[in-house]
Design a protein around this ligand. Structure first.
Ligand SMILES: [Zn+2]
Length: 280
């Protein structure tokens, strides 16, 4: 079984996680730019982070047989901080880089006017750079937030097949299915979707345009949740081909719209336990 995790924050995870993910079948990931917990106080802090997503993480992932790509953006939460606004002027030159396969994550957190301006500006940048967009939906008041998200996407004139609306649940999946956008689900240990609920959604709505991710980050989360969903799908009567569609072909089709996905297998370093990555 091969797995593509379309949304995971490896910068917050250890090298042991890469090793466990590879053993579970993960061969490719997309890491969207997000909030680090500690607020950033200047634009340079974002640029060092973007450089790490373009350089250090793909290098680290490759040691463990995993292809790493990223999505770059000013995240919704920090769009509210005037100290971070200058990131939008720096972003266009970063969107030209080879391993950037989308703009993201963008969207709403608290649904402020500042968030909406950053969201609209970045939808425009995605169109200018011919990149798909990964859109985060708010954790509070998700139905209203998702509805407004779809309105903003429509008003921006972004083609729905170029948009992945993420962190969906049973209450928001229907409206996104109707919109023609791709549907993302984050499987967390105790909040949002769990594997059984996810499989129930797949039974009801089918496997087309559906993506499943671990969204693993610095919070309580688990980078092996993608594999768990695959196993629960098989146990529930889905075939190997359905699993391959949801956990590999759908993310490949979505991010492949960037023209920049490189999925040639990278052989895992046989010296896993050794110091293949020097700590300097
Ligand atoms: Zn995220």
């Amino acid at each position: 079984m091969r797995i593509f995790d379309p949304h995971i924050h490896m910068t917050s995870r250890t090298t042991d996680d890469y090793q466990r993910m590879h053993a579970a079948g993960v061969r490719a990931v997309v890491e969207p730019a997000f909030w680090l917990g500690q607020p950033r106080t200047n634009v340079g802090s974002f640029l060092d982070y973007f450089d790490a997503l373009l350089g250090w993480e793909p290098y680290r992932a490759a040691q463990y047989g995993i292809r790493h790509h990223c999505a770059l953006a000013l995240n919704p939460k920090e769009a509210n901080d005037p100290r971070c606004a200058g990131v939008l002027a720096e972003l266009p030159r970063y969107l030209l880089k080879d391993s950037v396969v989308a703009v993201g994550e963008v969207g709403y957190d608290s649904m402020t006017a500042e968030e909406e301006r950053a969201f609209e500006a970045q939808l425009a940048m995605a169109q200018e750079n011919d990149l798909p967009v990964l859109v985060h939906t708010p954790h509070r008041d998700k139905v209203t937030g998702t509805r407004r998200t779809l309105d903003v996407v429509r008003a921006a004139g972004t083609a729905p097949e170029r948009v992945l609306v993420d962190h969906l649940n049973e209450l928001t999946v229907g409206m996104v299915a109707d919109s023609g956008c791709w549907m993302g689900f984050s499987i967390y240990p105790d909040t949002k979707m769990d594997p059984d609920r996810m499989v129930a959604v797949l039974k009801e709505h089918g496997t087309a345009r559906m993506l499943v991710n671990s969204a693993a980050d610095w919070g309580r989360s688990d980078p092996l949740k993608t594999r768990e969903v695959a196993d629960v799908m098989l146990a529930a009567g889905f075939g190997e081909d359905d699993v391959e569609q949801v956990l590999w072909r759908n993310p490949v089709a979505f991010y492949g719209q960037s023209g920049r996905l490189d999925l040639e297998a990278v052989p895992a370093d046989p010296d896993y336990a050794g110091n293949t990555i020097k700590r300097g």
